[in-house]
Design a protein around this ligand. Structure first.
Ligand code: PLP
Length: 387
């Protein structure tokens, strides 16, 4: 890492993204998923805008409270929690908990008596870059059983939730999830359980990512919003009582408003195992200090002052001694300026999601990137001279 390497957040951009999401899905309650960007200034500006938080541990709850959020706007969204964590969350004032098993319900009843619980339904994860299936959620029948058990244990069976997988690229995934929610809502009504909210989870995509070959991903955001609006209407019409809708965006609010300022380490050309030759471009930032997701997505790269020069295909990789520290697992190339030199600046765009939370402490002696929050895009590509 070079002394000038840093991760820059544009707070104004994040606030605008929050406002835009509320305009697209009016009346919804946004609970930002902290883990996508646990940076105090970012949380503070979202809380000041009225955002709540989806927290996954007592430490995240404390960070959300510290950012200025009222406990009523924080829920414990992790279905995985120890007795101690539940009691701690309750002590901190949180009264709404995600669940997906009878065992967890029993623990919540013991350590957070009379709390509100919402049951997470499983989804296939299809269409997402990171499907969050298997580990979380239950089938509709089990959800009815779990919420029934919650009621019997003195808890409030308050809602249902889904997460269709992170960077979900299809409207169909939400359509399927909404169908499952509708069926479950009806089954619950049959047992006399009337919930007050549906949590549509995270998964909304970032817009700036590219695929392994450098082609923009272009998620169908308008279609996704249409599916969500229609789905919410349908669920409201089905429900026996007014339904609130909660969203837990993570990536969508922050990804495109964080950029990494890095340096070129070196552009090389070497023989490859298949007998051919390939160029490799090593950067000062990679999988372990800000680009954890680089095997799935490629972030656009900007080499200031070299845009008009000849470009050549190169595998782009981070600086460490780990072979996974490369875009697309090191098997794909993108086009980079042929003339780049060691020490040249490079901007890595759409790098705001999951950058700090997935950073290691010192792999190969590489320290976490300093994080700088700015307003109105100061210090970003095109706005200032690079030093
Ligand atoms: C991680 C997570 C989110 C945020 O997911 P994104 O894909 O970043 O929007 C939302 N809800 C839960 C329960 C999560 O675990």
């Amino acid at each position: 890492m070079s002394a000038t390497d840093r991760l820059l957040y544009d707070l104004t951009g994040i606030e605008r993204q929050y406002d835009a999401l509320l305009r697209e899905l009016p009346g919804t309650h946004i609970r930002f998923a902290l883990k996508a960007c646990p940076v105090d200034e970012v949380l503070h500006s979202l809380a000041a805008r009225g955002s709540g938080f989806d927290a996954a541990s007592p430490a995240e709850i404390e960070q959300a409270l510290h950012a200025g959020a009222h406990p009523d706007r924080i829920h414990y969204g992790n279905t995985v929690k120890s007795d101690h964590d539940i009691a701690e969350a309750h002590r901190l004032g949180v009264r709404t908990f995600a669940t997906d098993s009878v065992e967890d319900v029993t623990a919540i009843a013991a350590h957070a008596p009379r709390a509100r619980v919402f049951c997470r339904l499983a989804t296939s994860g299809e269409g997402a870059l990171w499907g969050l299936n298997r580990k979380f959620g239950c089938a509709p029948d089990d959800a009815v059983r779990v919420l029934d058990a919650a009621r019997a244990a003195g808890l409030v069976p308050a809602g249902l939730s889904v997460h269709v997988g992170s960077q979900q690229m299809t409207g169909e995934a939400w359509q399927q999830a909404l169908d499952t929610l509708a069926g479950t809502l009806t089954a619950l009504a049959g047992r006399g359980i009337v919930i007050d909210h549906v949590n549509l989870g995270g998964g909304l995509p970032a817009l700036g990512y590219r695929d392994r070959h450098g082609t923009p991903l272009e998620p169908p955001l308008d279609k996704i919003f249409t599916v969500l609006r229609e789905g919410m209407e349908r669920l409201s019409a089905l429900a026996a009582a007014p339904l609130d809708f909660v969203l837990e965006p993570g990536r969508h609010l922050v990804a495109d408003h964080g950029v990494i300022r890095a340096r070129v380490v070196r552009l090389t050309e070497r023989a490859q195992p298949d007998g051919g030759r390939a160029r490799w471009l090593y950067l000062s930032v990679g999988k372990f200090n800000g680009l954890y997701e680089m095997d799935q997505v490629t972030h656009p790269l900007v080499f200031p002052g070299r845009e008009a020069e000849e470009h050549v295909p190169a595998v782009v990789a981070g600086p460490t001694c780990d072979s996974d520290d490369a875009y697309g697992g090191g098997r794909h190339t993108v086009r980079v300026p042929r003339s780049v030199r060691s020490g040249d600046p490079v901007w890595i765009l759409s790098a705001g999601a999951y950058a700090t939370s997935y950073t290691t402490q010192g792999f190969n002696g590489i320290r976490p990137l300093p994080c700088v929050c700015t307003r109105g895009g100061e210090g970003r590509p095109g706005r200032t001279t690079l030093t």
